[in-house]
Design a binder for this molecule. Structure first.
Ligand code: UT7
Length: 332
């Protein structure tokens, strides 16, 4: 079995997607707005990243508030009650507080008093890591129905005088509802997940603060070129492993929904794997890089506009700080 493979059919269960939801804060910050704040141009931002605008959380609007709204929308889309959820995993690198976790805040906001809720931190790969983790809980039979959330307020980590980073990121949240169901041939659900990390790359993408080092929140710092190279170069391994384990390939895949960091990274990754451009879901123009929230935000758009339909084969994929990276194949 390939490294990181999760295929374990002992319980005969599979994690099926019941619904998806997303939420973006009301305030938008356009490239034209940024031209007034730092030495940049809309042309540079669009040409290098594909980003047109990003959303910024209002004062007092926290990650758990964004996550709660996305979770409510995912529950409504799934047609299930909050009380039926027994597992909440919130992927975030911008928690409301150092502790308690953002997931427990969302659990309380949804009125859920049973089951378990916890945060998962893998930066931009967080949602893929959370899907993989929830899948393992559900297929083990220990939990029945999960909310998997990616929620971020990256605007709070940005150095608004650093043009090389502040134009790239935004705030938002997305969520899916997963349910343990008996696996049937050609059935719906998470077919494979593969995760990787390599901590040697800390200096290429990090936040220069934290409770145990500086006692401050800190600011995001990045060597963009190095992250770009890694994102396009190394991520292919988890995608190929996920293809191999699920028996899916670039030709049979219906939709590629990667982390929305940069349109050029997305295009180059798809091209490298031979995925046709018309199968690529790209929403980065609308919300910039929202870290762990970007994949469920993109899934929500593509489900609502009718592209992703039940039965379709979807690959999600992300690269983030650490470095961390991962991919999953899901039959919707
Ligand atoms: O989710 C994972 C997190 N991060 C990422 O995915 C980001 C990965 N990296 C990238 O997307 C790209 O590397 C960037 C979009 C960040 C930068 O694009 P690039 O083509 O790698 O540009 P660069 O860093 O090589 O910068 C080119 C030039 C530099 O000027 P000089 O040194 O050539 O004179 C920069 O100073 O562009 C300049 N520059 C800007 N100019 C206008 C950097 N930021 C800006 C800006 N506006 N905002």
């Amino acid at each position: 079995m390939a490294e990181g493979a999760n295929n374990n059919d002992k319980t005969g269960l599979r994690s099926a997607v019941l619904g998806v939801g997303a939420y973006l804060p009301a305030k938008t910050l356009t490239n034209a707005d940024l031209e007034k704040m730092v030495d940049t141009t809309s042309e540079w931002i669009v040409q290098r990243t594909g980003i047109q605008e990003r959303h910024i959380a209002a004062e007092g609007e926290t990650t758990s508030m964004l996550g709660t709204e996305a979770a409510k929308r995912a529950l409504a889309n799934a047609g299930v009650e909050a009380a039926s959820i027994d597992l909440i995993i919130c992927a975030t690198s911008t928690p409301d507080y150092t502790f308690p976790s953002t997931a427990t805040q969302i659990q309380a906001a949804l009125g859920i008093t049973h089951g378990v809720a916890f945060d998962l931190q893998a930066v931009c790969s967080g949602f893929v890591f959370a899907v993989s983790t929830a899948d393992k809980f559900l297929r083990s039979g220990s939990h029945k129905r999960a909310l998997v959330i990616g929620a971020e307020t990256f605007s709070r980590l940005l150095d608004w005088e650093d043009r090389t980073t502040c134009v790239l990121f935004g705030d938002g949240a997305g969520a899916i509802v997963l349910e343990a169901q008996p696996a049937v041939a050609d059935g719906r659900g998470v077919l494979s997940t593969h995760l990787r990390s390599d901590g040697r790359h800390r200096q290429k993408l990090f936040v220069d603060g934290g409770p145990s080092s500086t006692g401050t929140v800190g600011h995001l710092r990045m060597i963009g070129k190095d992250v770009f190279r890694h994102a396009v170069g190394q991520v292919a391994d988890v995608m190929l492993d996920s293809f191999a384990e699920s028996g899916v390939d670039a030709a049979t895949l219906d939709w590629f929904v990667p982390h929305q960091a940069n349109a050029r990274i997305i295009d180059a990754s798809a091209e490298k794997l031979g995925i046709a451009p018309e199968k690529v879901v790209k929403t980065v123009a609308l919300h910039g890089n929202t870290s762990a929230a970007s994949i469920p935000l993109a899934l929500d758009v593509a489900v609502r506009d009718g592209r992703i339909k039940p039965g379709h084969l979807v690959m999600i994929e992300a690269v983030g700080g650490g470095f961390t990276w991962g991919a999953a194949v899901i039959r919707w």
